[in-house]
Write a protein that binds this ligand. Structure first.
Ligand code: PMP
Ligand code: GLU
Length: 387
């Protein structure tokens, strides 16, 4: 028999970041020593006290369903954290999800109708496009590449792109894949446009805790933005908890109610005992978070210095743990895909083509790897004529 697939699922391809990471793992299983700089995953263990809190929660019997929107104590701890970031949220504004990705998926399904316009800032994380397509929306992209990935100089382009017909704008600062942290002036420009055209905004702040010498302002804290911003965050990056699958969004209560319907019909709730680990992560990990951030900063410096030695000027990221390495000559689609293929096949260094993020001519490197492995990656790329 022929299985008929939905037109909806045929619109999307698998996540490039996840697919390349899987390919790297397969090569490793064959015995190849791969330096995997593809997936954005901290290489540190989850802080010990968080692990203990998770184990204690299992021992305490938190192994049944949790309340669908999240364990009340966690929702309150999240609201407390957000209030410290000048965001005016209570626990009723928070929905806890299995990973930030699920929160985003639920939001796109809740906010975007067939034909609705969704605006992203390119290069943009791979899953925004897929989630837009799954919801039936149409994507408009504003390219930050000509401005070294800064948003402020691109505000005019953004102004030309958005209109009263725009349904949703997605802002991700610090950005995956560029590491850019958008200035307050840039965010105020976004605010003005969102208010003028009555646009709902998702502020994806999953890398907020990982910045170097600067801070990422929460978009929802700007005057006029509270009522139209949904703040997205999770535990994967700051607390090195990717495999625990815990994230959340916070926004107007009606968004929690509407998205909560999909949440209750799909995942029901985030894993019950994991939510107790989340409470511990929010309350007692300041030192561990700072140590990881400091390590990422040293690695950023190391990579930028090593590429400079090879005459490659990389726009220096102020946050997250990614950088965009310019590759190839023409900057066309095939250049970066071909470069990344050669990098993994010949140098055994896994990276993600910029074109997966809407911006050809670059490769995204995740520097959530040890200094030694990063040195090894640069050496291998150079030896194979890729730098
Ligand atoms: N937003 C961005 C920009 C990301 O890079 C990621 C990475 N996975 C997520 C959201 C979701 O992360 P998670 O599902 O692990 O919380
Ligand atoms: N967000 C990370 C990345 O971009 C993890 C993989 C994914 O969810 O895309 O590599």
């Amino acid at each position: 028999m022929t299985i008929e697939f939905s037109e909806r699922i045929e619109r999307v391809t698998p996540s490039a970041t996840v697919a390349i990471s899987n390919a790297a793992s397969e090569l490793e299983a064959e015995g190849v020593d791969v330096v995997d700089l593809s997936v954005g995953e901290p290489d540190f263990p989850t802080p010990e006290n968080v692990i203990e809190a998770g184990k204690d929660a299992i021992d305490a019997g938190h192994t049944g369903y949790a309340p669908s929107p999240g364990v009340p104590e966690l929702r309150e701890a999240i609201a407390e954290k957000l209030r410290a970031d000048d965001l005016d949220y209570g626990s009723e504004n928070v929905l806890v999800t299995p990973g930030g990705k699920q929160a985003l998926y639920e939001l796109f399904q809740t906010l975007v109708d067939d034909g609705d316009e969704v605006v992203v800032l390119d290069p943009a994380w791979v899953s925004y496009e897929a989630m837009t397509k799954l919801a039936g929306g149409s994507l408009s992209r504003v390219d930050l590449a000509p401005h070294d990935f800064a948003l402020e100089p691109a505000l005019e382009d953004l102004a030309e792109t958005v209109s009263d017909d725009t349904s949703l704008l997605v802002v991700n600062s610090p950005s995956n894949p560029t590491g850019s942290v958008y200035s307050d002036v840039a965010l105020e420009g976004v605010r003005d446009l969102a208010v003028e055209h009555d646009i709902t905004v998702i502020s994806d702040e999953i890398y907020k805790e990982i910045t170097y010498g600067t801070e990422a302002t929460s978009l929802g804290s700007l005057a006029g933005m509270g009522e139209r911003t949904i703040t997205l965050n999770g535990f994967s990056k700051a607390y090195s908890m990717t495999g625990w699958r815990l994230g959340y969004f916070a926004g107007p209560e009606e968004v929690v109610d509407q998205a909560g319907k999909l949440h209750s019909h799909s995942v029901t709730c985030a894993t019950h005992f994991v939510q107790y680990a989340g409470i511990e992560a929010l309350r007692n990990t300041d030192e561990a978070v700072t140590e990881m951030r400091d390590a990422f900063e040293q690695r950023r410096d190391l990579l930028c210095d090593r590429f400079a030695e090879h005459g490659i000027d990389v726009p220096e990221p102020d946050g997250a743990f990614y950088l965009m390495l310019p590759v190839g000559e023409g900057g066309d689609d095939e250049d970066d895909q071909e470069w990344c293929e050669r990098a993994i096949e010949e140098a055994h260094v896994a990276t993600v083509p910029g074109s997966a993020f809407g911006t050809p001519g670059y490769a995204r490197l995740s520097y959530a790897a040890s200094a030694e492995r990063l040195e090894e990656a640069v050496d291998r790329l150079a030896e194979n004529g890729l730098l």
